[in-house]
Design a protein around this ligand. Structure first.
Ligand SMILES: Cc1ncc(COP(=O)(O)O)c(C=O)c1O
Length: 390
């Protein structure tokens, strides 16, 4: 079987081939055709790449070829952001009167789609505890069309039993869509466990350099065709230059993930025993309550960990202020370490009660380890946490 690093460098070779070693940027809104017959052909081709850039562009198709091969799916498509991938898929797959199941621990944008957008469109939703497979089963109704899973989840790094949820969904004729942003296809391929479709915030690890907003959907052609039909109407199209940058980022994804995995594990181990830390959430730790499940699904545990500090809100804020390398930022997955204290980020948006309802403790910090040297990052977090004790 071809390795991930080889796939990342070569999977797009036959897509719009040219003699240039690096892919040219097709900075064009539209393409011409040789004759009327060819024009009529490209005008109706789904996920084609030489008709009109909102329908597709060679730079999109090259990214899609790499992601599809890494995710082991038949095909893929790109969108202007991760949220565009999710909303396009959901609009294509459910209608008023349908029911969707999601997780309580999930990225905030996904939670808002489930709690606000879908109910407004007449789609009922139920949010369940992802650590309990029976909760998914209990939530099923005769109108359930889709289950959204995210594993490991943001920001609590909870794990979903993907084979069990996929089996349950298939038995009831329900589609499954997994957010694979935290794991990436290098660490986990959800379709290998029976999940139907995968989406990513490609803004994170897939691009890996914090300089592009993008999304990707991967799955079988039959489902991607339905989603693409809606995508050309929602028009959340990725610019060709951004697609080109994303392809360049993908070339090194497997290499970068090796370092992210090593750094995430080292930071988790270094902080886990510290007296100023009450709880450390990282699926690669043997003390993580779902470690065995995580090990059965993930070949690496990624660069993101969540640290709960004993002295709550103030300690978390002070810890972030003392870090030398990880900057305060809402993103993750780039070569540079980033850190966020959700409770202080949400202070202007949510009441104390809403923050408490989110299940995210006031003293929780999400650390996203970059690709810096492991020893430097470990020394930096220990220095910051030790300063809290004094
Ligand atoms: C796990 C996860 N999924 C989806 C998204 C949304 O992606 P984007 O910001 O590219 O729209 C994010 C963004 O932070 C995320 O962390």
């Amino acid at each position: 079987m071809t390795g991930n690093s080889t796939i990342a460098v070569h999977a797009d070779r036959e897509v719009h081939p040219s003699r240039a070693v690096a892919r040219p940027i097709y900075q064009t809104a539209a393409f011409g055709a040789e004759d009327g017959e060819r024009f009529a052909q490209v005008a109706v081709e789904r996920r084609g790449h030489d008709f009109y850039t909102r329908y597709g562009n060679p730079n999109h198709a090259q990214v899609a070829a790499v992601v599809a091969e890494l995710e082991h799916t038949e095909t893929a498509m790109v969108t202007a952001s991760g949220m565009a991938a999710l909303t396009t898929a959901v609009l294509a797959l459910v209608s008023a009167g349908d029911h969707v199941i999601g997780q309580k621990s999930t990225y905030g944008g996904t939670a808002s789609v489930l709690m606000n957008l879908l109910p407004r469109l007449g789609v009922e939703t139920t949010l369940v505890d992802q650590t309990d497979v029976h909760a998914f089963e209990k939530a099923l109704t005769s109108r359930t069309r889709l289950i959204l899973v995210e594993s490991p989840s943001n920001p609590l790094l909870q794990v979903t039993d993907l084979p069990a949820v996929a089996e349950l969904a298939r038995a009831h004729g329900v589609l499954t869509l997994a957010d694979n942003t935290f794991a990436t296809p290098v660490n986990q391929q959800p379709v290998a466990f029976g999940i139907d479709l995968v989406w990513h915030s490609a803004t994170k690890y897939l691009n890996g350099h914090s300089d592009v907003s993008a999304g990707v959907l991967a799955g079988p052609a039959e489902l991607l065709d339905r989603i693409w039909d809606v995508g050309v109407l929602t028009g959340a199209v990725l610019g060709p230059i951004d697609a080109w940058l994303l392809l360049r980022g993908l070339r090194t994804l497997p290499l970068r993930m090796e370092r992210h995995n090593a750094n995430g594990q080292a930071l988790a181990e270094a902080l886990n025993e510290h007296p100023a830390v009450t709880r450390l959430h990282y699926p690669g730790l043997e003390t993580h309550p779902q470690h065995l499940l995580a090990k059965s699904q993930l070949s690496g545990f990624g660069g993101v960990l969540a640290v709960e500090l004993a002295d709550g809100f103030e300690a978390a804020d002070a810890f972030l202020g003392r870090l030398r390398y990880a900057r305060r930022s809402a993103s993750l997955g780039g070569v540079e370490s980033l850190a966020v204290h959700p409770a202080s980020m949400w202070r202007g948006m949510l009441s104390d009660e809403q923050i408490a309802d989110s299940g995210v403790p006031l003293g929780l910090v999400r650390l996203a380890a970059g690709t810096e040297d492991t020893a430097d990052l470990v020394a930096d977090v220990l220095n910051a946490v030790e300063a809290l004790d004094r």
